[in-house]
Design a protein around this ligand. Structure first.
Ligand SMILES: [Zn+2]
Length: 464
């Protein structure tokens, strides 16, 4: 037989260790791993010599917003997935805010069809969950959503359609929703920030005439997250629901999560790479281009977050890839940072930024693999099809050159909204994704994405 792909002399990750071997790929799956050099004379459509490189399981981004359907002027499943491939990401997990949101099986089916037509890498979906669509929880789970996401507030004014079935308005709705959630085997993630507190602080700061970039983090203090996390954990304990916190940012929130876990609450925490690498100083410097919610925290909080990353309190790292148009950022320069939209598209820079931290000794490569692939695959019901290099698994790889130093550049990015990525542009990194391979097909080689693979990506349903 002719193999689809052979990766020779692969230094590859498996179960906390690195081994060397030749990886054989057939029909999109890993067919076998033989000792280095043993595959030399086997026929293959393509051979990649991985000498000097490191072969990781494909990165799974736990948190992206690719904006389709509804805001394809910002991003769509094609451009977003090209950005993913550029950054070593082989599977993305799409969040449920969209027009319309995936709050029922029909909307989810439509969304899967759109991604199926356009995405070049594989994809999974979180379902929309809120007080208003409790009867849809089980039907969405039956369709294979990996989890749910909910906002702890009424929909933002003018964006009601985007948030239909995605919100709980108050504690009573949260409690009732979690009671219903507990009757399913789904996991329910929350954006934890105390909205009434934030709105009040915004009003107060406006009265003071606060127009500086610091307005953003002064109006969203750490305690707004901590208090919200505390409430969620108490309600999860009372109802028995399986919960999660997306983009956790504050060490004190993590301490509460660690304690709740020890006491038997079924909770997981995700953080995003920006909260481990950027801080208030970046908001002061970059203004709207460093604005995201929750905000980048103080340098002390950023440093403190690492403790909980390394001790296992935090389960996974995502990008919260949030593309926006240039106008949605420049308005913040003209009229004050509070006018700018929140977020930036990070899916293609997350891996090199975190590899740089591996090279700096902040975390080990096995820790990175667990946080950015293996743990996510396990939590989202994709293991052991995804998240592991072993025979039978999908042949998804992020092959990286740990020694390669280069400069992140907007010019080399694929996101439709790359122009707003001033926070990353010009940043020096060490550790470069040089091949992205999904089910045996090479979708990125040395930073160049195979844009002819539109529609190659497949829906990954959670196995429960
Ligand atoms: Zn998000």
């Amino acid at each position: 037989m002719t193999y689809q792909l052979i990766i020779s002399n692969a230094n590859y990750y498996l179960a906390d260790h690195f081994f060397t071997g030749d990886i054989l790929v057939a029909d999109g799956r890993i067919a076998g791993i033989v000792s280095p050099g043993a595959a030399k004379d086997l026929p293959a459509e393509r051979v990649i010599d991985a000498t000097g490189l490191t072969v990781l399981p494909g990165i799974i981004d736990s948190h992206v917003h690719f904006r389709e359907p509804g805001r394809t002027d910002r991003e769509d499943f094609f451009t977003g997935s090209c950005a993913a491939a550029a950054g070593g990401v082989t599977t993305f997990c799409e969040m449920p805010n969209a027009f319309p949101p995936p709050n029922c099986p029909q909307n989810l089916r439509d969304r899967i069809a759109m991604a199926d037509e356009k995405a070049i890498v594989d994809f999974a979906f979180l379902g929309a969950a809120g007080f208003g669509n409790i009867p849809q929880f089980q039907p969405l789970l039956d369709m294979g959503v990996v989890a749910f996401k909910t906002f702890l507030d009424s929909p933002p004014k003018g964006r009601e359609a985007e948030f239909e079935g995605l919100t709980v308005a108050d504690d009573s709705e949260l409690y009732l929703m979690l009671e219903a959630a507990a009757k399913t085997d789904g996991r329910f993630f929350f954006h934890c920030e105390n909205s009434p507190l934030i709105k009040g602080l915004e009003k107060h700061l406006h009265q003071l005439g606060q127009e500086a970039n610091s307005f953003h983090y002064l109006s969203r203090p750490a305690v707004a997250e901590v208090q919200s996390v505390e409430t969620l954990l108490r309600f999860a304990r009372a109802t028995g629901a399986k919960v999660g916190i997306v983009h956790i940012t504050v060490p004190e929130s993590c301490r509460l999560v660690r304690q709740a876990k020890a006491e038997g609450v079924d909770v997981v925490a995700e953080t995003c790479f920006q909260y481990l690498n950027y801080h208030h100083g970046h908001i002061d410097q970059y203004g709207p281009y460093a604005k995201c919610n929750p905000p980048l925290r103080s340098r002390e909080d950023m440093e403190g977050l690492w403790e909980y990353l390394l001790d296992g309190t935090i389960t996974m790292i995502g990008s919260d890839h949030a593309p926006l148009t240039m106008e949605e950022k420049t308005i913040g320069e003209q009229e004050g940072i509070w006018k700018a939209f929140s977020g930036f598209p990070g899916v293609e820079v997350m891996l090199p930024v975190m590899l740089t931290q591996v090279n700096a000794g902040r975390l080990t490569l096995p820790q990175l693999v667990r946080l950015m692939s293996e743990n996510t695959a396990r939590l989202y019901g994709m293991f052991s099809r995804k998240g592991i290099i072993q025979p039978g698994a999908d042949a998804d790889f992020a092959i990286v050159d740990m020694q390669r130093e280069y400069t992140l550049s907007i010019d080399k990015m694929y996101s439709k909204s790359k122009a707003i990525n001033k926070l990353f542009d010009g940043q020096k990194v060490k550790g470069k994704p040089v091949y992205t391979i999904v089910r045996g097909r090479t979708l990125m080689e040395d930073g160049v994405v195979d844009t002819s693979s539109r529609g190659y990506g497949c829906f990954v349903a959670a196995q429960r």
